[in-house]
Write a protein that binds this ligand. Structure first.
Ligand code: DC
Length: 224
């Protein structure tokens, strides 16, 4: 397939707990597009490393692990080596580990083709940190979705409590700030708004309004 005939991509990047996962999924459903949760791949690498006794700062051992990852996404469940790992992957520990394994360029490179394979007709909505900058630089629409740290910590708190998990607001805020710092300061594909991405601040915006804003923007660019 030539570049011109590749299915269109909507890239939604932004910091942790900004709501980009929910918004991206809803946009994908509305358009009948596929959905890529790229953060889940980094989280699975962190969980797989823990299971194999590999430290999250051992880049040399993490890269082959990421390349050989036996992972499957099936509706709401995530399977690693045929076993369900959804809760570990979605836990705070999974997110902290993901942010640490993600600093390694070789880990990022090992996950590149796996992410690009999600680009299937009729289109893809992909969320993460570098969807618009590194993985799908030719995305039709790039959104940088964010919200202030307090709002994001509160959303994460409600999400975890809703799932019956333990959560502490002060600890969550501190961890979120540490994660923002690590994700935006790393050398490889750091989290940052690219010039061609449209800023969507959801601090005072409902999920519905954010979804509408992305869909309206997409409609505008596809009619150009
Ligand atoms: O979106 P998330 O919270 O599930 O992502 C978990 C971590 O994975 C995030 O802190 C940084 C890393 N990540 C990344 O480096 N690049 C991506 N495209 C997605 C996630």
């Amino acid at each position: 397939m030539t570049a011109g005939t590749l299915p269109p991509v909507i890239a939604i990047d932004g910091p942790s707990a900004s709501g980009k996962g929910t918004v991206a999924q809803r946009v994908a459903t509305a358009l009948g597009y596929h959905y890529l949760d790229s953060g889940a791949l980094y989280r699975v690498v962190a969980v797989a490393a823990k299971q194999s006794g590999i430290a999250w700062n051992d880049g040399a051992a993490l890269a082959p692990l990421a390349a050989a990852l036996d992972v499957r996404f099936n509706s709401d469940e995530i399977y690693l080596n045929q076993s369900v790992v959804t809760n570990s992957v979605r836990s705070e520990d999974g997110g902290i580990g993901a942010s640490q394994v993600a600093v390694w360029p070789a880990v990022r490179a090992a996950l590149l083709d796996r992410q690009r394979a999600f680009r299937q007709a009729p289109g893809l909505v992909a969320d993460g940190r570098d969807m618009g900058s590194a993985v799908f630089p030719d995305a039709r629409l790039k959104i940088y979705l964010t919200a202030d740290a307090e709002t994001r910590a509160e959303r994460r708190y409600k999400q975890l409590i809703g799932k019956g998990m333990d959560a502490n607001m002060a600890a969550l805020l501190q961890e979120l700030r540490a994660r923002d710092e690590r994700d935006s300061q790393r050398a490889a594909a750091p989290l940052k708004k690219t010039d061609d991405a449209r800023l969507l601040d959801t601090t005072h915006l409902s999920i519905d309004a954010a979804v509408e804003a992305v869909l309206a923007r997409y409609k505008a660019v596809t009619q150009l």
